[in-house]
Design a protein around this ligand. Structure first.
Ligand SMILES: NC(=O)c1ccc[n+]([C@@H]2O[C@H](COP(=O)([O-])OP(=O)(O)OC[C@H]3O[C@@H](n4cnc5c(N)ncnc54)[C@H](O)[C@@H]3O)[C@@H](O)[C@H]2O)c1
Length: 348
């Protein structure tokens, strides 16, 4: 397969993560990078810190790679086939729509956008394009979550009775470019930025909730930094709860975990391991096949590159409709959070 020529907009935590995956994928080659920070444009990524990966503390050789200060100039490069948008969330709609209109394949980091309206405009542009598009809701592709999804669909735990998701990040105050995560209007705080992954998992495992109840806390910037959400389904449906936040000290570990209780057994994935507890019999440790794609980021990017070359579907893990539905569930959660936990019906 001819290597896909990739341009990355935003060379921060996610942009450098995408860069490393592409340069080692064998399927793609980064030919352009855009970043507003002059140091990063020289390959100095020592300031880059993420909630999972930690400081990169290194230099990247950008020899032979076209470098731009603004993402729009990268989009204008005719040699770029695929644009990975890893810029701050408030820039997603602008860059995604421009790249799709320019005929690029677009892998847009999550969350799709700040508002439902922006999400609708992006999906409309994706549908009008004959190129591939996806959003980096990578937990659908994350090995433990994928395996759990396959086991649940295969009937391993019977009917889902209840589901618990947890996403717990060390404090990220001061990590990002211009500290944009701490500005509610630019990032949506921890509910949109972090917990969005679990909103998407609720949708993936259980379908559309009818309503939500969400309470939580804000940090000193007045930005949501921790939330607890109950998802209401029809009578007889599952009981679903998710907790997420970045209110812990920066020294705390990152954790993402789940517990899915079914009529025939329970699946648990947490720092202690990934285990199936049957109704009868001994616990069974779940092992994951080593396919050389260790994280959901690797799986998602690998699939997208195959989609660009016509060997897979860009909607294999994430239908366009689910991107919009997730944005609507988030909007309802945020409305509930802003009303101190009032129940909010979701308008689909
Ligand atoms: N999928 C995941 O697990 C995951 C994890 C972390 C972040 N994200 C998402 O990735 C996106 C980026 O987050 P991050 O943690 O990398 O932030 P970051 O601040 O580390 O990186 C953003 C980069 O964009 C650059 N930038 C700003 N304006 C620009 C412009 N006009 N043109 C080009 N570059 C510009 C900044 O200089 C910065 O280097 C966000 O939407 C975030 O929600 C996804």
């Amino acid at each position: 397969m001819e290597k896909v020529k990739v341009g990355i907009i935003g060379f921060g935590f996610m942009g450098t993560t995408h860069f490393n995956i592409h340069q080692n994928s064998g399927k793609s080659q980064v030919i352009a990078i855009a970043d507003a920070d002059a140091d990063k444009r020289k390959g100095d990524i020592r300031k880059v810190i993420g909630n999972i990966g930690g400081a990169q503390n290194t230099f990247v050789d950008l020899t032979g790679i076209a470098v731009y200060e603004d993402g729009m100039d990268l989009i204008a490069n005719p040699d770029v086939e695929e644009v990975d948008i890893c810029a701050p969330t408030y820039m997603h709609a602008k860059f995604a729509i421009a790249a799709l209109k320019a005929g690029k394949n677009v892998l847009l980091e999550k969350p799709v956008a700040l508002t439902v309206q922006e999400a609708e405009e992006i999906i409309a542009a994706a549908k009008a394009s004959d190129k591939c598009f996806t959003v980096g809701l990578c937990v659908r592709a994350w090995p433990e979550y994928r395996k759990a999804y396959e086991l649940v669909k295969a009937g391993k735990i019977g009917k889902i009775k209840s589901l618990l998701f947890k996403r717990f990040s060390p404090n990220i105050d001061g990590n990002a470019w211009q500290n944009w995560f701490m500005n509610d209007k630019l990032s949506g705080g921890s509910i949109l930025d972090l917990h969005m992954h679990d909103i998407d998992e609720v949708l993936y495992f259980c379908g559309k909730p009818k309503a939500v109840t969400c309470v939580g806390t804000c940090n000193g910037y007045g930005t949501p930094d921790h939330s607890f959400t109950i998802y209401h389904f029809d009578e007889g449906g599952p009981a679903v709860f998710a907790e997420g936040g970045w209110s812990a000290p920066a020294s705390a570990p990152f954790e993402m975990s789940f517990q899915i209780i079914g009529t025939e057994g329970t699946l648990v994935s947490d720092p202690a391991g990934f285990v199936f507890y049957p109704i009868k019999g001994e616990p069974e440790k779940i092992t994951l096949p080593d396919v050389g794609l260790p994280t959901g980021w690797h799986v998602e990017i690998d699939n997208f590159l195959s989609a660009v070359r016509g060997q897979s579907s860009d909607q294999k893990y994430l239908p366009y409709e689910d991107i919009l539905t997730g944005a609507k569930i988030y909007a309802a959660e945020r409305a509930s959070f802003d009303k101190n936990g009032a129940r909010v019906e979701i308008q689909y």
